[in-house]
Design a protein around this ligand. Sequence first.
Ligand code: C2E
Ligand code: MG
Ligand code: MG
Ligand code: MG
Length: 286
Amino acid sequence: CKVENSGNSYGFYQSSMNEDVAVRVEMERHLRSALQNNELYLHYQPIFGSDDRRLLGAEVLVRWRSEELGFVGPDNFIPLAEQTGLIVEIGHWILKTACTQGRKWLDEGLKDFYLAVNISPRQLRHQDFIYLLKSVLDETGFPAQALVLELTEGLLVKKDSGTAQVLDDLKALGVMLSMDDFGTGYSSLAYLKMFPFDVIKIDRSFVRDLAVDASDQQLIVAAIEMAKALGLKVVAEGVETAQQLHFLRDAGCYSVQGYYLSKPIDPMLFSERIVEKELAERLVML
Ligand code: C2E
Ligand code: MG
Ligand code: MG
Ligand code: MG
């Protein structure tokens, strides 16, 4: 794998193993100091009701601007953080930072607003995860009921009873669980039956070709019907066009997220563009 420095961002390309290892070692070295050097920051992408476009919540997405490497996307460094165990510390920082920000927005008057935070498998399986999460909620005052944890199927493949226990404990704490990238794994349905999910998040690969692909349309309609039958909420990610939004709305998909509505943005912009607008609209409706 060789690193292509296109613009200011690093991408991976399949190539020789040795280069692969060298790049990873290099990246790992920099990732280790990223937190201390304040190179990590969070973006927030709003999630809206498909019907009334009311603000429901936001997904928290981590960003890394490395002094040496430039911008590195989460698809590149999260797997590395996961492999090295750095995700435990980084993930804790993400939760703490997001919940602190979320508390501010609630204090500004945003009611019925949730934050969806991605949790990677190793972070969730860490023995202290529940304890750390509890202390973040206590310290920041962010309500557990306003927190959604987005989990991927990768986590659940290990059919250990440990995972089931952690998920039950999380539910007892009051947080909601969302199955991210729904439909991309092999056993989404089996896991929905086995574990206490509240939300499914339809992967953007199903949304992308909605306009032209009849089978994607049927899959989405079926997924929404199934979710309803099971009492689960549905979020569709990757909504890029009005057409996609209207299809999803008409199919009964409760909430939507995507570039058509807003890209992930920094918290300042989120306050200005999203929170203030929402508060003004809610005031009008009173
Ligand atoms: P994900 O959780 O499925 O996040 C959704 C991804 O879709 C994000 O990419 C988001 O920026 C992108 N996206 C949103 N709307 C659109 C759209 O309309 N069109 C297109 N093409 N893309 C859209 P991002 O931020 O690059 O994150 C990629 C993945 O990295 C995430 O996928 C998640 O698995 C992981 N990730 C990101 N932040 C975190 C984090 O804080 N913790 C952990 N553990 N993983 C994270
Ligand atoms: Mg996600
Ligand atoms: Mg997703
Ligand atoms: Mg996805």
